[in-house]
Design a binder for this molecule. Structure first.
Ligand SMILES: *Cc1c(COP(=O)(O)O)cnc(C)c1O
Length: 432
């Protein structure tokens, strides 16, 4: 499989290069050259496969054997998916797919772990790579934990001072070694701007091999397809028995997770539709309604991992549907949910079922609830554990508590919002 650059048709690379580079020339995202289709026998027999076998069969067509052998790929998926990914019934014909049983309790663990292991294979002792990340919380913690002690890979994470939860800060700053966590006196947008500036700094790139681990990286986004296959494996018998069709609701920010679901469907997974759910950052919803895409600055909400005004994976979705809004509407409905409804939903679901949803999952649930028919089985992707967002949840469930974290041993650096200071840290982490 080769990967093509959406902004530069001349640039065609293999999986390894797409992963190491992250972003292509002219800031173009990489996409697979064609969509592999899985055999009907695969879906007929899916119950018989282990999760590792499913992962292998789904991902093998995307990665040439000369980049990763069967054995290497099997080992990578094996250690990536080392935790459960269960579907749990919530109420009526709604279930949740719990994606938060990994080390940082949010769904980004699978992508981050897979990418870290691939990058570890692709680097060698004499050619270290420095991975740059800006985070509002979840990406940084997943990347820190996923890349910890991977040989040949250094990670520099920027996070905005005072704007990540103690839990998230703990997960980024407790590690040290090859993980440099940097608190920036600024906003998330400032952090993101610093990373972009470094990635475009030709001088710096001569001295340090730079990559990035945001969901634009194919190694982070492709393994997210697996969630949808695992969900299907678990509900297939119910679908047959009750003659139901499958609907997924995806709480979305950069739309990497939704894009992966759409890829799974394009590979043959029998999904009737996807509900793309956003918070007040509704650029995608506006597009679905009006047909024009107008990026906006992000606004802060209670589901902060979804505070994205210009979702980077939108171009991948558009390409998948040949730029046709009508074709997109066959597979996707969109829904937007405000903060007060998010809180009301956390409270109501807890009262009705005893289950505490995290704010992102609650947003997803509202979207599903508004678009699910009786002959359908709906699954909300539960993207984070409520434990990560206890302070939000306490607005409506004052007695809700999550375990305390101890930040006293934090290994973090602090900088002003200043490019030179950032550059010095990158240098220190990984000179060629
Ligand atoms: C990152 C994140 C999202 C948004 O996922 P995208 O793939 O960026 O759309 C939703 N919920 C949580 C908890 C996240 O960490």
């Amino acid at each position: 499989m080769k990967y093509k650059n959406l902004n530069d048709s001349e640039e065609i690379v293999d999986f390894q290069q797409a992963v190491v580079q992250g972003l292509g020339k002219k800031k173009g995202l990489f996409i697979p050259e064609y969509m592999p289709i899985l055999s009907s026998a695969f879906f007929e027999e899916i119950e018989r496969f282990s999760r590792q076998e499913i992962a292998f069969q789904v991902l093998r067509p995307f990665i040439s054997a000369n980049v990763l052998s069967d054995e290497e790929l099997m080992n990578i998926v094996d250690s990536t998916i080392a935790f459960p990914i269960p579907v749990e019934h919530l109420k009526d014909n709604c279930s949740v797919l719990e994606l938060f049983h990994g080390p940082t309790m949010a769904f980004k663990d699978v992508g981050a772990r897979f990418m870290a292991r691939c990058l570890g294979k692709f680097t060698s002792k004499d050619k270290n790579v420095t991975v740059l990340v800006a985070t509002s919380g979840d990406t940084g913690s997943a990347v820190a934990q996923g890349f910890y002690q991977v040989d040949g890979v250094n990670v520099v994470i920027l996070f905005p001072k005072g704007k990540v939860s103690p839990f998230q800060e703990f997960q980024m700053t407790s590690l040290g070694k090859n993980i440099t966590a940097v608190e920036v006196d600024g906003t998330f947008d400032d952090c993101q701007a610093l990373v972009k500036q470094a990635l475009e700094d030709e001088n710096l790139k001569k001295q340090v091999n730079l990559s990035t681990a945001n969901s634009i990286n194919v190694a982070r986004f492709l393994p997210q397809m697996l969630y949808y296959f695992y969900a299907y494996q678990q509900v297939k018998q119910t679908l047959i028995e009750y003659k139901q069709e499958l609907v997924f609701a995806v709480p979305s920010g950069n739309f990497g997770n939704l894009t992966a679901g759409l890829y799974a469907k394009a590979m043959g997974l029998p999904v009737k539709k996807f509900v793309a759910v956003t918070n007040a950052n509704d650029t995608f919803c506006q597009y679905m309604q009006m047909g024009n895409y107008i990026a906006k600055p992000s606004v802060q909400t209670l589901s902060n991992a979804m505070d994205v005004g210009d979702p980077s994976n939108f171009v991948r979705i558009q390409h998948l549907y040949n730029q046709s809004l009508d074709a997109m509407k066959q597979d996707i409905v969109s829904h937007q949910v405000g903060d007060s409804e998010t809180l009301k939903t956390i409270q109501a679901i807890q009262a009705e079922t005893g289950v505490v949803l995290d704010p992102h999952t609650a947003v997803g649930f509202v979207g599903l609830d508004n678009h699910l028919d009786t002959n359908e089985l709906g699954i909300v992707l539960a993207t984070a554990s409520p434990q990560k967002f206890d302070t939000v949840i306490q607005n409506v469930l004052p007695n809700y508590k999550s375990p305390k974290v101890d930040l006293s041993t934090a290994k973090k650096q602090q900088i002003e919002n200043d490019y030179q200071a950032y550059k010095n840290l990158i240098w220190a982490s990984g000179k060629k």
